[in-house]
Design a protein around this ligand. Structure first.
Ligand code: ZN
Length: 208
């Protein structure tokens, strides 16, 4: 992602990994609804199946549901075959929910030498981020905004979590919920409109 990413109109993307979560995803969705912002959720496929009602709410509200993983594993610890199997299983699960993901954010953003090829073979585009809130660490919303503010601008992709993934050092996502309003205000001040990532990338591709 480069700062030259958007010549259409300055955009930014809010992205959430590791959900859906029955407690925290609804709170994130409610906040986004109140702030009139659409975002992108990189879901863990078994959780999406388990909480399919939340996935419906996401889609009905105009958010994007994209693919994170089936098992939250490091690609570098897996064979190509295992990653392919994990991804195919997850895509099938999401297809059962009526979702055709086009974006894939591998767990922790970790790529193995074959991750890109697996993505291409399955029609997925790898999607990372440019501003990491590190919200899993348990910092306050103010601390997180302070950390990422210098990184925000046109084309920035903000990484947050709407669930407690492996290694989370916090007991809830309340500070992520609290971050949304000041974060969106900050993006607006910079002249950026938060839109779903796939919409932004596809518009850019067309324009290019
Ligand atoms: Zn994750």
């Amino acid at each position: 992602m480069t700062l030259a990413a958007s010549r259409i109109s300055p955009w930014a993307a809010l992205t959430f990994d590791d959900g859906p979560d029955p407690l925290w995803t609804p709170r994130i969705l409610k906040a986004l609804d109140r702030l009139n912002v659409r975002a992108t959720f990189f879901v863990i496929a078994p959780l999406a199946l388990k909480h399919r009602q939340l996935v419906s709410v996401m889609l009905d509200a105009g958010h994007e549901v994209e693919f994170h993983c089936t098992e939250h594993v490091r690609h570098t610890h897996c064979s190509r075959r295992e990653i392919e199997a994990d991804t195919q299983e997850g895509l099938r699960a999401l297809q059962n929910l009526g979702i055709e993901p086009r974006l894939w954010r591998p767990p922790w953003g970790i790529r193995a030498p074959w991750t890109q090829e697996v993505a291409e073979g399955l029609g997925l585009r790898l999607a990372f981020w440019s501003a990491d809130t590190k919200d899993w660490q348990g910092d306050t919303a103010t601390e997180m905004l302070g950390r990422i503010e210098p990184l925000l601008g046109p084309g920035s992709v903000v990484l947050m979590h709407d669930g407690l993934g492996p290694g989370a050092r916090r007991t809830g996502c309340g500070e992520t919920v609290a971050l949304l309003e000041p974060l969106i205000a900050c993006l607006h001040k910079l002249g950026c409109e938060p839109i779903p990532l796939r919409v932004a990338l596809e518009a850019r591709t067309i324009e290019a």
